[in-house]
Design a protein around this ligand. Structure first.
Ligand SMILES: Cc1ncc(COP(=O)(O)O)c(C=O)c1O
Length: 532
């Protein structure tokens, strides 16, 4: 069915933006001035464009701190209202965004660390050694921690030497399990969350100093333990394996289990409040059961999956319902103490702290629907790169005009410059038919802001390197109040090198008679036909 845009709707672009995205958090951050220019707090978006050009990605460190502080306040209020006696802990899931501009402010505001790779740990070690981590900082390490022996086939075998000039593998980055022991030896309080029986075995053999650990249950969106067989978790141990592990570790002199990890569902799965509470209730009943075998358990970790604080969602109600459910399960199990509750928010902390400013290079009228033109705005960027969860999960990232918002809005689709049929916004996966944006006059340029892209988007499509159709990656500005740091876009020369446009590679591939001469490469100039 062809959808006919309502071209006869006459509404100002600002009004359309507010109607289309009735998200309280978005309008806590953005506002329009009398001229129809978009403001972020007290800063005009166009001022950044005039100074740094666009596309530009803005990361706001202060917003990260704000969300951590607000989450802390909500959890404390929920504890007071439900008389929940044990503390709550917030661990920032850095997989959502490992950028220093997000990670460090999160820790400064009181979040602890959660890692999923050796790369994360390397960042933490760096911050730790620079004295930038708060006192009593703890980090929990989730994810597969394959024993390094499993990676041994990546080492050259005895007697076989391959001399292709490639640098040796960086074992620190390769091997998450050893990285955990390494940062522990350096002095960081790191708590591996054991994910498989292999890991249990490896850590119990290798740990050299007292270390706390957790056990991850294969968990998911289910209200009863029969459902656990089919939650398709991939991560974690079955309840029977967890029990065996805890019994085994109860006599271990150095490795002390403290935490049960049972994550109900990630934010993208949008579990409803009752679903989350049912899942937490089940995790609590398992916690009290397992605690009989391992009295040292003191923390129930319910993972991430919390909706954004800026969404119209009753976070306080959810936390209170979780705490009440845990108390009820404790009473049912006859437990005398209640566990600390750990949360691992990723999206909640990172998503709103980053937006892109994209120029609309041209607005084209192509074809007619119901006698009205179909408008396409061509942006200098790619939606596949900046907001891939639109395509993957139908996530409806807000796209609002950064200027001209006093003008009338027209139904419009935005296209990335990648000429990929999927590089359109809104994509067919998002339940929104079109955007409503102003149309610039021939001597004007429209800019749009793609908001709330701080979690996962860049982590999923990658940072630096060569993007789809070599689309330009925005420069990045990290702001913290009135101070800022600019990270320029990666340069095209680095990208060519990554794609194999090196003297060595071209010599390999060229007919020998045409092999490149060994004189030094001339500096690449735009427009040059011979860049190597
Ligand atoms: C173990 C774990 N913790 C926390 C998170 C963060 O989830 P969210 O960003 O939905 O808060 C994830 C996300 O996949 C996860 O796998």
């Amino acid at each position: 069915m062809v959808c006919i845009p309502p071209h006869r709707d006459v509404v100002r672009a600002e009004v359309a933006a507010r109607e289309d995205y009735p998200l309280p958090g978005l309008w806590q951050q953005f506002n329009y001035d009398a001229k129809g220019d978009l403001l972020y707090g007290d800063k005009r978006i166009l001022d950044w464009v005039e100074r740094y050009d666009a596309p530009l990605s803005v990361i706001d460190a202060a917003w990260v701190r704000r969300r951590v502080t607000e989450l802390r306040a909500l959890l404390d209020t929920a504890r007071r209202h439900t008389r929940y006696p044990a503390p709550t802990d917030i661990y920032y899931a850095a997989k959502a965004r490992m950028h220093a501009g997000v990670v460090l402010p999160a820790y400064q505001a009181g979040a602890l660390g959660e890692t999923s790779s050796a790369q994360d740990l390397m960042h933490l070690e760096l911050l730790f050694k620079a004295g930038l981590l708060p006192r009593a900082f703890t980090v929990i390490s989730n994810g597969f921690k394959l024993p390094p022996e499993r990676l041994d086939d990546r080492k050259s075998k005895k007697g076989v030497t391959i001399d292709d000039g490639a640098p040796p593998l960086d074992r620190y980055i390769e091997d998450y399990a050893s990285a955990i022991l390494r940062v522990h030896a350096v002095g960081l309080n790191v708590v591996p969350i054991l994910d498989s029986l292999d890991e249990v075995d490896w850590f119990s053999r290798r740990v050299a100093a007292p270390m706390q650990c957790g056990v991850r249950l294969a968990f998911g969106l289910t209200a009863d333990r029969f459902g656990l067989d089919s939650v398709n978790a991939g991560f974690g141990l079955t309840v029977a394996q967890a029990r065996k592990t805890l019994r085994r570790l109860s006599g271990h002199p150095l490795l002390h289990p403290r935490m049960i990890h049972a994550m109900v569902g990630a934010a993208e799965a949008s579990p409803s409040l009752p679903e989350i509470v049912d899942g937490v209730r089940l995790s609590a009943s398992l916690f009290f059961e397992l605690k009989r075998d391992c009295p040292g358990l003191d923390t129930l970790n319910v993972g991430g999956g919390l909706p954004l604080l800026g969404d119209a969602y009753d976070h306080l109600g959810a936390f209170q319902a979780m705490m009440t459910a845990i108390q009820e399960e404790a009473a049912r199990a006859g437990a005398t103490s209640l566990p600390r509750i750990a949360f691992e928010p990723g999206s909640l902390i990172a998503a709103e702290a980053n937006f892109n400013i994209m120029p609309v290079l041209a607005v084209k009228a192509q074809g007619l629907v119901g006698g009205a033109p179909i408008l396409f705005g061509i942006v200098d960027g790619s939606f596949i790169e900046s907001s891939i969860d639109g395509l993957l999960l139908g996530h409806d990232f807000p796209v609002i005009p950064a200027n001209l918002a006093n003008r009338r809005a027209y139904p419009m689709w935005l296209r990335g410059v990648t000429c990929d049929s999927m590089d359109v916004w809104p994509p067919s996966t998002v339940s929104r038919d079109w955007l409503r944006l102003p149309v610039p006059r021939p001597n004007e340029k429209l800019y749009v802001v793609v908001a709330q892209i701080g979690a996962y988007q860049e982590s999923l499509t990658g940072k630096g390197g060569v993007n789809h159709c070599a689309v330009k990656e925005p420069a990045e500005i990290v702001i913290d109040g009135d101070r800022h740091v600019l990270i320029p876009s990666p340069n095209t020369r680095d990208q060519s090198r990554l794609m194999g446009y090196t003297r060595k590679m071209l010599n390999l591939l060229a007919p020998q008679s045409k092999a490149a001469k060994p004189e030094p490469a001339v500096a690449y100039q735009a427009g040059s036909k011979d860049m190597w």
